[in-house]
Design a protein around this ligand. Structure first.
Ligand SMILES: *Cc1c(COP(=O)(O)O)cnc(C)c1O
Length: 735
């Protein structure tokens, strides 16, 4: 039975949609609209207020529109003209004559890549992310769609993925997890022909667990999301997919079994064949086991199957922070995997060896397991490559550190998703050529950025900045209107922000290695910088602490209290509820993006790339991508101090000095025409440098060239040899 064919899609959605504009159904359920301005404009044109009220979510908007309004639109010639043109572009995108990948001469259909990740940041209507790892994965799916890389994604549908952050009057994060409104999100549950949810059983657990599957269409890329909430499951199993990264070890193990083994079973059940397995971080690494099991079931030996799987698996490691590498106690593994492993012909002892981390024996380490199970391995920046090679050297005790087989591909961002619409489709189109986006990983076209008149870029930036401040004040006003907030809280949320003051942005997940309070180290010196009457500076902070992480909540409290403190003069703001939408406003609208983790903990970092592409230069410690990105002209850098008691004080002093001596004077060096030309030159350099080098297009092509192509070749060679029967089973291991 080919499930793919009998699945019901989104046919039943929006029953009140008139036939003439029925294409909106497919469009609303395909995130293509989220990175194509013309797609967003079409929905906005359909119902401007509804677009705003739905928080830019077309599924919610269409569900709420009445039949009469839709009928009117379906006869409105102005709307229909736009509709037809957008639909034509959408269809052209979905069925292209060629793509970057197909132009490379690969066999598209037969060589898919299965991409497994515990989180995806795609759009604020789909809160399946915690931070950078998720956005990297989300941006990657979009880019693979753009380039025609035949990839399917697997992840979790977290119904309680979203933490609505609220901060109490004394600065404590008290947010609660909010249930996702599934009917109004651009995802749909896969159903069988009888209208029943498609369900896939994972017998690994006792009692076996039933998985349901949701799908997100990301342009041409499909993303399957696992849902364990089926009523068929025992209560303790229903909650497995509730939330990202629970602190409970056993629950975490259950999640990872469901993601890896369950995810692989889902692909099998859906008939999604794949040649290459790409593990994004260690969480889904058990997918390797299921892939081996399938081959053992078909008669291969464990040895041959594991060899073949290894030769076609890529593992990407994302962090040097120890807590980012899951490890499990042996008794837990025995509890869950002791009846599963024999189906692979793998003993518990051999399995445990595969997950051994020599520096921390006694636990099963998911990263060690993933590293041993993959022939291709990479870190996410040049520096992170070096750090990972020395971190994992104990796995290859006979190799010198520079030969440890962990390569790197520096992260990049999906440019169409993060560049401001007007900057991208008006300004860059005008000065870099209409087709700039199609070739945006070519550095030569970016030299044309210097053709943009300073005035054009400066005015554009200032309109983005006032938009940001307007949005922040709108949130503050709503909070005030709702009642219950104290005036101090409203002050802290940014109502005194000044659109003409130099504005620093610091927004990211609150975690201690990212040092969110570093800027506050010497508060008196900082306040002198902020409250300079002629050259004022202000800082906008945003970010969430993990619900289980009180230490980070304390850091957040310090930031909030500094914002609330009268002595800060309203020049420090903490904006609640950092999400994809707020990130968009911030990376478009602040003047400088600040980043100051403890080196070398930031594997790459991507938010600074999102800012740079919008002409917002970065002030960052030399770590992660900034070591490759900083060229002396596109922002500011300082080398972190040596580890020691005074490290934070020294690093903060480096930042203050840069602000006092370089950044503030440059910003306020305004010519007679009202433009700080020196500053605009830095802005242009930030765009020019970031565009080609830190784009997901460059990144995805590197993944394909370095890893996917050789892995696909290995897979095809093996497949052909087996089809021809040239080699006997027991020779597979040698290839
Ligand atoms: C890009 C992004 C991140 C990652 O930011 P880093 O500074 O790289 O950690 C986190 N959250 C959101 C909402 C983002 O858009």
């Amino acid at each position: 039975m080919e499930l793919k064919k009998i699945m019901r899609g989104i046919r039943d959605k929006f029953p009140h949609l008139p036939e003439r504009i029925a294409g909106l159904r497919e469009l609303a359920y395909n995130l293509w609209w989220s990175w194509h301005p013309e797609g967003r404009m079409l929905f906005k044109l359909l119902h401007r207020q509804g677009w705003h009220l739905s928080n830019h979510n077309p599924v919610k908007m269409l569900n709420q529109m009445d039949a009469h309004m839709l009928k009117t639109a379906s006869t409105d010639t102005h709307f229909l003209r736009h509709y037809d043109s957008v639909m034509a572009r959408f269809e052209g995108y979905m069925e292209p004559a060629s793509s970057w990948f197909s132009a490379e001469g690969r066999e598209l259909d037969k060589c898919a890549i299965a991409y497994f990740s515990a989180e995806y940041g795609l759009h604020h209507a789909l809160p399946f992310y915690a931070g950078g790892l998720g956005f990297l994965a989300g941006d990657y799916l979009k880019e693979c769609s753009d380039l025609g890389i035949p990839l399917v994604g697997v992840g979790f549908m977290y119904p309680q993925g979203y933490l609505r952050q609220l901060v109490s009057a004394d600065g404590w994060q008290v947010g609660a997890c909010e249930m996702l409104d599934r009917e109004n999100a651009p995802i749909h549950k896969l159903m069988d022909e009888n209208g029943e949810p498609l369900s896939i059983r994972v017998p690994v657990m006792d009692p076996p667990i039933t998985l349901e599957v949701w799908m997100v269409q990301v342009g041409r890329t499909k993303l399957y999301l696992i849902d364990t909430s089926s009523q068929a499951n025992e209560p303790q199993n229903r909650i497995i997919s509730d939330r990202l990264y629970t602190g409970d070890r056993e629950m975490r193990l259950r999640q990872e079994i469901v993601l890896g083994i369950g995810g692989a079973r889902i692909l099998r059940a859906l008939g999604e064949d794949y040649a290459v397995l790409h593990l994004n971080e260690g969480h889904p690494a058990f997918a390797v086991l299921e892939r081996i099991r399938e081959k053992v079931e078909r008669g291969m030996s464990y040895h041959d199957a594991s060899r073949l799987v290894r030769d076609t698996t890529l593992f990407t490691t994302h962090t040097p922070v120890p807590a980012g590498h899951d490890a499990f106690a042996y008794p837990l593994l025995e509890k869950y995997l002791s009846s599963y492993l024999p189906t692979l012909d793998l003993s518990m002892e051999e399995f445990i060896e595969l997950g051994l981390n020599p520096t921390r024996p006694g636990e099963f380490n998911m990263t060690a397991f993933a590293l041993r199970s993959s022939a291709y391995r990479n870190a996410v920046s040049r520096r992170h490559g070096e750090v990972s090679r020395s971190m994992w050297q104990p796995l290859w005790p006979n190799l010198p550190v520079d030969q440890i087989p962990i390569d790197h591909v520096t992260n990049g961002i999906h440019v169409p998703s993060w560049i401001d619409r007007r900057l991208g489709s008006e300004i860059l189109c005008r000065y870099m050529g209409r087709t700039w986006l199609e070739e945006h990983d070519e550095s030569r076209i970016w030299n044309l950025v210097c053709e943009i008149p300073d005035e054009v870029l400066w005015n554009h930036h200032n309109s983005m900045k006032s938009m940001l401040i307007t949005k922040i004040k709108e949130r503050a006003r709503n909070k005030w209107l709702e009642g219950g907030a104290e005036p101090g809280q409203i002050m802290a949320s940014g109502v005194l922000l000044d659109p003409s003051a130099l504005t620093l942005g610091f927004a990211r997940r609150f975690a201690s290695y990212k040092r969110p309070t570093l800027l506050l180290q010497d508060i008196d010196r900082l306040r002198r910088i902020l409250n300079d009457p002629w050259k004022p500076v202000q800082i906008i902070f945003a970010g969430k602490a993990h619900t289980d992480d009180d230490q980070s909540k304390m850091l957040l409290q310090q930031v909030f209290n500094a914002a609330k403190d009268r002595a800060s003069g309203g020049r420090i703001a903490f904006v609640e509820d950092y999400d994809e939408l707020l990130a968009q406003y911030l990376v478009h609208g602040v003047d400088v993006w600040v980043n100051n983790p403890i080196p070398p903990m930031e594997a790459s970092g991507t938010s600074g790339m999102k800012a740079s592409i919008n002409g917002v230069p970065q002030l960052s410690v030399l770590d992660g991508w900034w070591i490759e990105g900083y060229n002396g002209k596109n922002g500011w850098a300082f080398s972190g101090a040596e580890d020691g008691l005074d490290r934070d004080a020294k690093d903060a002093a480096s930042i203050y000095t840069l602000l006092e001596k370089e950044i503030v004077p440059l910003y306020y060096n305004i010519a007679e025409d009202g433009i700080p030309h020196g500053w605009v030159t830095v802005m242009k350099e930030a765009i020019r440098m970031n565009g080609p080098n830190f784009s997901a297009a460059r990144m995805a092509k590197e993944y394909a060239d370095k890893f996917y192509h050789p892995a696909i070749d290995a897979y095809m060679m093996e497949k052909r040899r087996r089809e021809r029967g040239f080699i006997k089973q027991d020779h597979f291991g040698k290839f």
